[in-house]
Design a protein around this ligand. Sequence first.
Ligand SMILES: *[C@@H]1O[C@H](CO)[C@@H](O)[C@H](O)[C@H]1NC(C)=O
Ligand SMILES: *[C@@H]1O[C@H](CO)[C@@H](O)[C@H](O)[C@H]1NC(C)=O
Ligand SMILES: [Mn+2]
Length: 370
Amino acid sequence: MTRLMLGRTLERICKGILLLCLVHFAIMMILYWDVYIQRFDIFNRFNTRNYSRMSHFFNFSKPNSTLPTLGIASDHFLASEKSEANVTTEKPLPPCPDVPPGLVGRLLIEFSTPMTQERLRKENPDVKEGGRYSPPDCKARQKVAIIIPYRNREHHLKYWLHYLHPILRRQKIDYGIYIINQHGDDTFNRAKLLNIGYKEVLKDADYDCFIFSDVDLIPMDDRNLYHCYDQPRHFAIAMDKFGFRLPYAGYFGGVSGLNKTQFLKINGFPNEYWGWGGEDDDIYNRITLNGMKVSRPDVKIGRYRMIKHDRDKHNEPNPQRFTKIQNTKITMHRDGMNSLQYHLIETVRYPLYTNITVDIGKPPPRPPRG
Ligand SMILES: *[C@@H]1O[C@H](CO)[C@@H](O)[C@H](O)[C@H]1NC(C)=O
Ligand SMILES: *[C@@H]1O[C@H](CO)[C@@H](O)[C@H](O)[C@H]1NC(C)=O
Ligand SMILES: [Mn+2]
């Protein structure tokens, strides 16, 4: 009796082991098949998806990380690296999702951590020379140029790069970063620098969308997506310096974005606002006078932190600004992209941005008062 029972138990154990072996064998076959199809590059869509899933499985996030010691893993590694190269050269990527999956929402922004070039480089190894980036796993619908009017603000630029590169990456934006550096010590002219930015970045790539950002403004929420919209976009609607509210209904300052059609419809921005203020109101007028509306994010999402600073030298408030914005309807036709004149000094590509230095001239002599 006991012998019989023992025999049966043994038989069950054997069957169990056999079943386990079969399952194991099946799993191995699936894994090998996966490697096999990647190597021979069949079913490419299926295989791109698998690449990301499998690489999580083997826990290496970057193709250039160290080779795992497991035979099958390294085999897979080589195969997937090959297939990834193929994907970028021949295979169309799937379109990027409308709502990027990796966003985190509200961000903590502070300006006290010391920021070095080295740290910035380490944080952004996948940004290409000149500050260019495109999502590795999907095709973005727009190519976005981010244009920053600039003079002597290295300290701000470092924080801007530190915060914005990772945000834009999470947003799955295909982008390039350009500072338009005003050469010399003459009066600053923000809007003219932005026009120059539009013109110069199109020499670099075929951009569809242009986002104009001050160097000291950092978004506090990564759901504020940096691409273009159906109507000209105003991004920086709730800055800390204005108590996180829109200062007035027609405010269009800080960070804004227009696509090519929208920008050309308003003849670009005015070139004749020298010194601080007014140019953003003129741009707002151009937009509404040309039958467009300003689009804005939700007030909870459009929050910004501004890096505190004193007023720059040679950027005094422009006393003519109040009268000038009364005349946009007349001036916009002759003052803009169709009248833009400047001298390009040089374009230098740095690892995290492109620096375009220009001579924009100086304001015309003021008529004597009286
Ligand atoms: C820009 O946006 C407008 C809508 O305002 C749209 O009709 C147009 O196709 C867009 N143009 C480009 C070049 O994306
Ligand atoms: C940009 O280029 C100009 C001219 O080469 C240089 O003087 C300036 O320091 C550069 N600025 C930055 C932030 O790279
Ligand atoms: Mn400022």
